[in-house]
Ligand binder design. Structure first.
Ligand SMILES: C[S@@+](CC[C@H](N)C(=O)[O-])C[C@H]1O[C@@H](n2cnc3c(N)ncnc32)[C@H](O)[C@@H]1O
Length: 327
């Protein structure tokens, strides 16, 4: 019987740090992110000779397996297959996605044994020998027909003690993948995380030996731990993001307050200027009245007196401005 695992006798609950997040912080909130702790511990326990992933996109699951391989010196060959073009469910995307995946691989995982195959899953079939895969992860297009096709065409690649992981099995996720999972799980031994991060199914399609061993190690409490941890991590990220948003809003409010202060002092300056203009206009009006009187003065003495008051009125405004007070 072909078997490609080197399982340990204990299941360890580890607390990994996923360094790929440093280059792509979106991995932390990827739909797959809630399964990283379990998948990491699973790879650590199974130490499979080969892991194959159908559907990689930004690489949340791929980098999880690579992280386990790197941290724990597991010699698995980890193969990611994707067209890196996307489809209707994940959305179509450009070259920048694969470029970021490749940069992450060069930056953090250059000593790991990985391969990326930019092909359709069908095109990649001849690249992988039968019975050579310890973990097959199916996470491509999520229609019922597509998931069934991927499972049926790839199951011969899985070794006799191998397992198949299925993402998006949560019945509320709205994809046909959850329907197909319902069918499979009636036929094979399995575990599942049905209700967080779109659900993850863990199928033992060829024999129950590994399942029975794991059942002894993975109590309900252990599954509860992963569920709790996934939800805790997501809440922590949400709280962090809210704190960041509040902080940003607070500094926008402070900038607005500064702007309001600046406007207030501009308004005060402008109203001072208007007051000055108004009093200048009044002085001009008084000057014009005095000038009229001067023209009509019957005697020279009266004219001189009027002239003096005209001169005084014409300079009064400027002197007031200079001295800043009435005189
Ligand atoms: C849901 S995403 C994979 C998510 C990834 N496992 C993660 O952890 O984030 C699905 C990916 O599968 C790819 N895909 C879907 N059907 C495919 C096919 N038949 N052949 C190759 N790639 C496919 C898409 O290009 C897309 O990037």
């Amino acid at each position: 019987m072909a078997r490609t695992h080197d399982t340990g006798s204990e299941w360890n609950l580890r607390n990994p740090r996923f360094c790929a997040d440093d280059l792509n912080s979106l991995l932390r909130v990827s739909p797959w992110a809630g399964h990283r702790d379990f998948a990491y511990d699973l790879a650590a326990y199974l130490k499979p000779r080969r892991i194959v992933e159908l559907g990689t996109h930004y690489g949340c699951s791929f980098f999880t397996f690579l992280q386990a391989s790197k941290d724990l010196d597991i010699r698995s060959e980890i193969i990611a297959i994707d067209t890196w073009k996307g489809e209707d469910h994940s959305g179509t995307y450009g070259e920048e996605v694969l470029e970021l995946v490749e940069l992450t691989l060069r930056t953090y995982f250059k000593s790991q044994n990985y391969k990326i195959l930019r092909k359709t899953f069908d095109e990649a079939l001849p690249d992988i020998e039968d019975c050579s895969v310890g973990i097959l992860h199916i996470d491509g297009f999520h229609s019922y027909d597509a998931v069934k096709h991927d499972y049926v065409t790839w199951i011969d690649k899985v070794d006799d003690d191998g397992i198949v992981l299925f993402h998006d099995i949560d019945p509320t996720c709205g994809y046909g993948s959850s329907q197909y999972w319902l069918e499979l799980k009636t036929r094979h031994a399995h575990f599942e995380f049905p209700d967080h991060s779109y659900g993850l199914g863990i199928l033992f399609p060829k024999n129950q030996g590994l399942y029975e061993r794991l059942k002894l190690l993975l109590s309900e409490a252990v599954f509860g731990f992963y569920r709790y941890k996934a939800k805790y991590r997501i809440s922590k990220i949400q709280i962090y993001d809210m704190e960041k948003m509040l902080h940003e809003r607070w500094s926008v409010l402070q900038r607005m307050e500064e702007m309001i202060k600046d406007r207030d002092s501009l308004i005060i300056d402008q109203s001072k200027m208007l007051e000055e203009r108004w009093s200048a206009m009044q002085s001009m009006e008084a000057l014009s009245i005095e000038s009229q009187k001067l023209l009509k003065a019957p005697t020279v003495t009266e004219a001189i007196g009027l002239l003096a008051s005209v001169i005084r009125a014409s300079f009064q405004h400027h002197i007031e401005r200079i001295l800043g007070r009435k005189w």
